[in-house]
Design a binder for this molecule. Structure first.
Ligand SMILES: [Zn+2]
Ligand SMILES: [Zn+2]
Length: 130
């Protein structure tokens, strides 16, 4: 009985550790992407906060991470906080072929910046910007 509980906890611990590792790697890829795009939103091209000496960009998982668990660089993109909120609020669909976001009111926004999604010219190894 006691050892059962212990085993159970070990399994949980292992899962947690694995998840933490993925999260850490994920942050690194996101940070590298931010550098690649110079903190510009791929949808509107803006750097938010620049005039205040602040650079606010967010890494978004195109296929939501919780669903896909896919951490590949081609599953992330850099967006400003506004577009990030809108994408999540409206559950917008990303059309990879046309490199655009499609909103449910019919609005479409083509990416103004795309160095790593379309054609996938850059692989993960190419993003080791320090
Ligand atoms: Zn934006
Ligand atoms: Zn997101």
């Amino acid at each position: 009985m006691e050892s059962d509980i212990l085993n159970d906890e070990n399994v949980h611990l292992e899962k947690d550790l694995k998840f933490m590792k993925i999260r850490k790697l994920n942050r690194k890829i996101g940070d590298n992407l931010k550098l690649l795009y110079g903190y510009r939103c791929q949808i509107c091209g803006q750097v938010i906060g620049e005039e205040f000496g602040s650079y606010i960009a967010e890494a978004h998982h195109i296929d939501y991470f919780v669903k896909s668990l896919n951490n590949d660089v081609t599953h992330q993109m850099i967006v400003c906080p506004n577009h990030h909120s809108i994408i999540h609020d409206k559950d917008s669909v990303f059309d990879r072929r046309r490199a655009m976001y499609i909103y449910d009111n019919g609005e479409e926004q083509k990416l103004v910046l795309d160095y790593h999604l379309r054609g996938q010219a850059l692989q993960t190894g190419g993003l080791e910007v320090q």
